[in-house]
Design a protein around this ligand. Structure first.
Ligand code: NAD
Length: 385
């Protein structure tokens, strides 16, 4: 069989390595930027990370306004507020410092700020942003979402209580400044959930229907790096080799899924996380092995290849797929993430969540065809543990 036609777009200049964030000074100077809106969150403000970035901005001779009212699942109302602050400050560029929440919020703020609009809801879906936006510089501080290299922004629709996705290549970071050392202050529980998020991206990207040879290469390398290093990063937060591998794995996973797609794990996780305001990576981690188990018969060779990337040995493909599912369950338990029945959720919630998951734009990408009943069964199966 010959390769199906595909395209591979990379709108972001990726700069990776120790102290790479200092490049921000020259990036701002070159563009003659005088006013910057820095988007972050209250947790990051407690670290020294923002002070360092503010210093780089000031060295470029620019003024900075900080917006930090960003929740772990950023809300549409926060996007509107941040954009209004940015417009008021005459910001010419945005810098995000943080995990997926500040980075996603910054992408959506940039849409409203650049286009002088009030509500992100009108841009929900794919390709609704009509033209290029202001320069946006992403500085990730978690190894999980890959948002620094993706062109989607996931925002909580507070009225309808679900997470909507806004997608446009115009929203991608102009430059991603990726220094794994910025993740050494991430607490162990967040290292665990964000790490499992990154693993979910890689597994879903590799098994999604739109996977292509480039996304495959990125996804397999991501699985290899993450499965080798997550436990060490969780147990020893200052292990720089583990942090480096996790950051690289997360970024490669982000590149892979922005070209392939995510699939039913994310559809379910966004329904669960949007309703209960739970960490996104935790929701993915809980649901991942059950969706893998369901999907494996539809893509057995791919699941066996994932098992190889995890370093597992086996004779038959079926055996490899089973081992991969078990490996993921064991990893989630080693990094002490809870199960679905340990959360504030009851089976009465599942029909509504299954309906939301079914409507998610990534449902058609799943390796195996999904129905609303399949989603309901999978929520129930995960609840049984
Ligand atoms: P997060 O950004 O919500 O951060 C979680 C917590 O970790 C916060 O309290 C934050 O203050 C803290 N934190 C972050 N970095 C830290 C550091 N270096 N030291 C100490 N504390 C730190 O978590 P996340 O998992 O990175 O992002 C989740 C969000 O990203 C969700 O809303 C999810 O839907 C979205 N997401 C987006 C994409 C995308 O491509 N756009 C992909 C996956 C997930």
């Amino acid at each position: 069989m010959i390769t199906k036609a595909f395209s591979f777009i990379l709108p972001t200049d990726i700069r990776y390595g120790k102290d790479i964030t200092s490049d921000l000074t020259i990036l701002l100077k070159d563009r003659e930027i005088n006013q910057v809106l820095l988007v972050t969150d209250p947790g990051i403000l407690k670290t020294t990370l923002v002070d360092q970035v503010v210093a780089y901005i000031k060295t470029a001779g620019a003024q900075v306004t900080i917006f930090s009212d960003v929740s772990p699942n950023p809300r549409d109302t926060e996007v509107t507020k941040g954009a209004s602050i940015g417009i008021h400050a005459n910001a010419e560029a945005i810098v995000a410092v943080g995990g997926g929440s500040p980075m996603d919020c910054a992408k959506s703020i940039n849409v409203l700020m650049s286009l002088k609009k009030d509500s992100i809801k009108e841009f929900e879906g794919s390709g609704k942003v009509p033209r290029p936006l202001k320069p946006y510089f992403a500085i990730p501080t978690t190894a999980g979402t890959g948002s620094e290299v993706t062109w989607s922004s996931v925002i909580n629709d507070t009225e309808n209580q679900y997470k909507m996705t806004i997608k446009s290549t115009y929203m991608a970071a102009t430059v991603a400044l990726v220094d794994p050392a910025l993740t050494t202050s991430v607490p162990a529980a967040i290292t665990a959930s964000t790490g499992m998020d990154a693993l979910t991206h890689a597994i879903e990207a590799f098994t999604a229907k739109n996977a292509n040879p480039i996304s495959d290469a990125l996804a397999l390398q991501s699985v290899e790096l993450i499965t080798q290093s997550l436990l060490n990063a969780y147990r020893h937060g200052d292990d720089m080799q583990a942090r480096d591998q996790m950051m690289m794995g997360s970024m490669l996973g982000g590149l892979a899924f922005s070209h392939s797609d995510v699939a039913s794990v994310h559809c379910m996780a966004e329904a669960l996380g949007g309703s209960l305001d739970l960490p996104h990576g935790l929701c993915n981690s809980i649901l991942l092995p059950y969706v893998m188990e369901f999907n494996a018969p539809a893509a057995i060779t791919r699941f066996a290849r994932l098992a190889k990337a995890m370093g597992l040995t086996f004779d038959e493909e079926n055996e490899g797929a089973d081992l991969a599912v078990q490996f993921v369950k064991d990893l989630a338990s080693s990094v002490e993430l809870p199960q679905l029945n340990e959360l504030a959720v009851t089976p009465e919630d599942f029909p509504r969540m299954a309906a939301i998951a079914m409507k998610n734009g990534s449902t058609p990408s799943n390796a195996r065809e999904m129905t609303e009943i399949d989603y309901l069964n999978l929520f129930q199966r995960a609840y049984q543990g």
